[in-house]
Each structure stands twice: as C-alpha cells, then as structure tokens.
Design a protein around this ligand. Structure first.
Ligand SMILES: [Zn+2]
Ligand SMILES: [Zn+2]
Length: 210
C-alpha cells in the first residue's frame, strides 16, 4: 500500500534537538543558522526512547562531508539501499514496475492528514528490512528539511526521512571503507567530547552518504 508523493510539513518533535528542546537552529559544522541553508539534514540515533546522538547539518557542509567519503563507500551504500528498497517495494506494491515507469512527476500532497501518513510510512519502518520502529531497541533517523519544514518524500526508488534499525546498520559496516571511517572519526572527534557512551560507529553516517 505504498503511496508516492511529496509533502512539506512542520518538523515533528522526534526530529527536534533533545538538547535544546526545540527544533535544531544551527549547523553543527559551520554554526550558520539552518534557515539560511537551502536544505539541511537532521540525524538522530536512539536507544529505546532516548536520543543518544543528534545533529543537524547545512547543505554546504553535508556536501563537503560527502565528498570526503570514498567513492567506493558512496556507491556501495547507494546500491545496497536501492536493492533492499526494491525488494521491499516489490513485496508491498503490486505492479511496482509499472508504477516505476508511470511516475513522471511526484504528486505534492497538500492535505495535512495524508502528509502525516506519508511521513509515518517513512519513519515507522526500517528502510532496509521493514522492521517496525516500535519493535527496534536501537535505530537511527535521518530527515531532510527545508526552512522550517520537513520534506517527506516517497518515490519508487527511495524515500526521506528514513529509519534504519541497528541490525541493518551493522550489516552495512562492511560497505564502509577505511577512508570514510577515518573521515567520520575525525568529524566525531571535532564535535563530540571523548568517547561517546554508546558506539557511534561509522555505519551511522551512511544516510548522509547519498
Ligand atoms: Zn554548515
Ligand atoms: Zn532493519
């Protein structure tokens, strides 16, 4: 029962900063207010109900970071997610191939209720294995925002925001090259003090990689 479309709505609280109790305000890297960026990305990692990692990054810094990732990692991860997503869509959508060729333009959803449903479709299930978020003890969420809105978008080949369970994230660690790992470790050392209480491993970064 996949619905395709794009929706712009208020940023849900789950994508707010737990630290400030408000929506993210500035880029973690360059400290420029996010509102000044064309788009920005929010990433959070949860253990149970608790957010153990959170950050928001402006478009420019994100692009810069992605170029630091090795080409190999980028390709591996995009391919992996694409394959998994295709598998899931094929299971859930009848005639998904037909849908693929038919969609030329993404429908913009105006109805807030329909938009909320689209958003939920994105964050309530692991994009890789389809596990329910409520059943996952550890997972990460990544969302794309524009101004003060979150962009919810579901297409036959991908979706945003997205949720990935811990199991799938671990399964992806082989796809991450040493170069990417080092780049991520440098980033973490720059912005977060000392060793974090939970392992924030490199695979966490994959959503930013595509
Ligand atoms: Zn920035
Ligand atoms: Zn999963």
């Amino acid at each position: 029962m996949s619905v395709f479309g794009i929706f712009f709505g208020p940023i849900p609280e789950i994508f707010w900063s737990v630290y400030s109790g408000q929506p993210f305000f500035e880029c973690i890297e360059c400290c420029v207010p996010l509102i000044e960026s064309n788009t920005f990305v929010i990433q959070k990692k949860f253990v149970g109900d608790e957010a153990v990692f959170e950050m928001a990054m402006c478009e420019r810094c994100r692009e810069k970071m992605v170029t630091e990732y090795s080409e190999e990692t980028r390709q591996n991860i995009s391919r992996y997610i694409r394959e998994q997503f295709d598998k899931l869509s094929a299971e859930h959508t009848e005639g998904s191939e037909a849908a693929l060729t038919q969609i030329t333009e993404l429908r913009q959803i105006e109805d807030p209720e329909e938009g909320a449903a689209l958003l939920e479709q994105c964050i309530e299930y692991c994009i890789v294995c389809g596990a329910k978020r409520a059943d996952c003890h550890r997972y990460s969420l990544t969302g794309l925002c524009r101004d003060e809105e979150i962009v919810a978008q579901v297409t036959p080949i991908g979706r945003t925001p997205l949720m990935v369970c811990d199991k799938c994230e671990s399964g992806m660690s082989d796809l991450v090259s040493q170069q990417t790992r080092d780049s991520w470790d440098r980033f973490m050392a720059r912005h977060f003090d000392g060793p974090p209480g939970v392992e924030i491993d490199s695979p966490t970064t994959y959503p930013i990689a595509f």
